[in-house]
Design a protein around this ligand. Structure first.
Ligand code: MLT
Length: 260
């Protein structure tokens, strides 16, 4: 099924996949900057999030990847630069596994190639129970403060309120389906050596959810990757430090040969 998406600007296509438990609105400031810099930006809401229809009880990362691919295909786009943050990155590993030729370049932000540990899976089970009984707004208190840096919590009330609103608006069923899908995702580390397109990694230095070890694994595993880290930003680096994030992303895009 095709996903709901937002589109900005014109030029070479850049597809941006959002994090959990957000939707495409998390890329708004970045997408506007990319559009101004001369790119066409496509921002889907992943399965069940935002305005996209819900999927099965467990929405695997491959399921989301296939929906992204179908959506991009309806726009007649054979190759794009793909950018994903955290869960968006998990989806991109699956998309690369199935359709490697659709990638012109890859941008991975605050994400990891590894599968969940047993401890992480147990924590997801717990979160599913809580969201099923109390609704997605429970994550505003229990999860959101862990996703951003201390500096963001202290100084950026506006962003915290925007994020809280987006989290509250997500359907509990979609949240639980994605949690089951993330818990079941395979280890993508064996794929890394095959990612021959240029890759940019952007991580918040204070990302305590993913951690910089995950970034280093990607840097070592992907043949043509470079890493940029952002001081003062946590897991949602694009939202916490949009100017620096956009600078790294646009510099990378401008360095690519996008003639074919
Ligand atoms: C995200 O930001 O997408 C989540 O932290 C992903 C996860 O729960 O593993």
């Amino acid at each position: 099924m095709s996903l709901s998406f937002r589109e900005y600007g014109s030029g070479f296509p850049v597809v941006m996949l959002h994090a959990f438990p957000l939707d495409g609105r998390m890329w708004e400031h970045n997408a506007n900057a990319l559009a101004k810099a001369g790119y066409r930006v496509i921002v889907p809401d992943l399965t069940g999030f935002g305005r996209s229809e819900e999927g099965p009880t467990t929405v695997g990362m491959e399921y989301m990847a296939r929906e992204v691919s179908e959506t991009v295909a309806t726009l007649g786009i054979p190759r794009a630069v793909y950018c994903g943050l955290s869960m968006g990155g998990y989806v991109l590993f699956r998309l690369f596994d199935i359709f490697p030729l659709s990638f012109k370049a890859l941008v991975l932000c605050d994400t990891s190639a590894s599968a969940d540990s047993d401890e992480k899976r147990a924590a997801r089970e717990q979160m599913i129970e809580t969201v099923e009984s109390e609704g997605s707004s429970v994550m505003v208190e229990s999860l959101l403060p862990k996703l951003v840096s201390g500096q963001t919590i202290e100084k950026n009330n506006e962003l915290m309120s925007e994020l809280a609103e987006i989290v509250r608006e997500q359907s509990s069923d979609a949240v639980c389906s994605a949690l089951r899908g993330m818990a079941a995702r395979p280890d993508s580390a064996p794929l890394l050596k095959d990612i021959s397109v240029p890759a940019l990694l952007i991580y918040g230095k204070e990302d305590s959810i993913t951690g910089l070890d995950a970034a280093k694994d990607l840097l070592e595993g992907i043949p043509n990757a470079r890493l940029e880290t952002i001081q003062g930003a946590g897991h949602y680096s694009n939202l916490e430090s949009p100017a620096e994030f956009n600078h790294y992303l646009i510099t990378f895009l401008n360095s690519l040969d996008l003639s074919n």
